[in-house]
Design a protein around this ligand. Structure first.
Ligand code: HEC
Ligand code: HEC
Length: 328
């Protein structure tokens, strides 16, 4: 009788699996082909070159509170270098303490992103740079007025003239170019994972190595977190339960509902909390989310079956993506 039952259970398992996976639940994706460590090595020429004067001007503007309506905020008030260029809060806080809808994303390796903002509504860093300035909830200023204010400062006028000798005027367009040039230098430095991928076996703990094997293989992370910055630059729904439809609200396409751009995972240990809504406080919470937290809806990924030890290994791997020294 027992043997008979077992036989039936075994026969029924694929059926149960098919039913469960149809609901988007419980069963892992079929093992994807493991991605080799070499797929994550740094590309030789990371970012288009800008002149040092442009980068220095961009950095000064990024830290200048004259870019906000009431002089209280600079870009760096929310994008703080020591917090991975994030702010450590779940969701951002704008001018006069306005609570923002989304989390302030970290900016490491933002120069590699094909479109900006989690929903991709800005086409380039230049396009994006003055949006927070003009946003009444963020910096609440008029970019043309900000440019006029900066132009009244002789030292600033001189910096713009050095940075853009062919068109030395202080204009919103020049401000955007300089800020974007600075942002493209936010490239993270070498991490233990890079040394391990280059062949130095002792550079990562055994737990982190096991974590990489999961990441690049069965856990399916590298389907989206690919390449040196660990992002495919595309938009995906990862099954967060909030009502923000992300890319879907921009394109109006049903398959983009709840989709956000895959973030870079470099320096990830330094930019908690995580996700567009800042709802996951730690890397362990992120891994738990992929294993048990994703809501069931047609666009969401299937949950990944992971033991407690495997979850710890994945976290150890993610931590190996923090560079030894923050290059700012
Ligand atoms: C009040 C806080 C705040 C200030 C000030 C601020 N940001 Fe942001 N930043 C955010 C938030 C929140 C988002 C995410 C918004 C969204 O996705 O809709 C964001 C997104 C971005 C992104 C997109 C990142 C990505 O991965 O797509 C860039 C780039 C950026 N900001 C640059 C800047 C620059 C440059 C300035 C100054 C001119 C600035 N920010 C000022 C809060 C702020
Ligand atoms: C289907 C594509 C996809 C898969 C598979 C995937 N991710 Fe993600 N990941 C994303 C997207 C998209 C986001 C941002 C989601 C958001 O903010 O709504 C993200 C966010 C993250 C973040 C937070 C980043 C931040 O700055 O907030 C971490 C950490 C992360 N993923 C790790 C993993 C790990 C580990 C796995 C495997 C268990 C994995 N991801 C699998 C697409 C994916």
């Amino acid at each position: 009788m027992k043997a008979f039952l077992y036989r039936w259970m075994i026969r029924l398992t694929p059926l149960a699996a098919a039913l469960l996976s149809g609901c988007g639940y419980a069963y892992p994706d079929p093992p994807s082909r493991p991605v080799a460590p070499s797929a994550f090595t740094r590309p030789p020429a990371a970012v288009p070159a800008a002149s040092p004067a442009q980068v220095a001007l961009g950095r000064a503007l990024f830290n200048d509170t004259r870019l906000s309506g009431d002089g209280s905020l600079s870009c760096a008030s929310c994008h703080q270098p020591e917090l991975g260029f994030g702010d450590g809060r779940a969701t951002g806080m704008g001018i006069g303490g306005t609570k923002l809808k989304r989390h302030t994303p970290g900016l490491w390796n933002v120069g590699f992103a094909p479109r900006l903002f989690g929903d991709g509504r800005a086409a380039s860093l230049e396009d994006q740079a003055l949006m927070p300035v003009a946003n009444p909830d963020e910096m609440g200023a008029d970019p043309a007025r900000v440019a006029a204010r900066l132009a009244a400062d002789p030292a600033m006028r001189a910096r713009f003239a050095t940075a853009f000798p062919e068109a030395p005027a202080v204009t919103p367009a020049a401000m955007a170019r300089a800020i974007a040039a600075y942002e493209r230098t936010m490239v993270s430095g070498p991490a233990p994972f890079d040394r391990w991928a280059a062949g130095s076996a002792g550079s990562m703990s055994p737990a982190a190595v096991r974590g990489f094997t999961l990441f690049a293989g069965r856990a399916g992370c590298a389907r989206c977190h690919t390449g040196w910055a660990m992002s495919d630059g595309k938009f995906h729904d990862v099954g967060l339960p909030d009502g923000d439809t992300g890319r879907g609200a921009i394109t109006g396409r049903r398959r983009d509902a709840h989709a956000f751009r895959t973030p870079s995972l470099r320096e990830i240990g330094r930019s908690a909390p995580y996700m567009h809504d800042g709802s996951l406080p730690t890397l362990a919470a992120v891994v738990d989310h992929y294993a048990d937290g994703a809501v069931a809806r047609p666009t969401a990924p299937r949950r990944v079956v992971l033991t407690a030890a495997e979850r710890r290994d994945l976290v150890a791997f993610l931590e190996s993506l923090d560079s030894d020294k923050v290059v700012e």
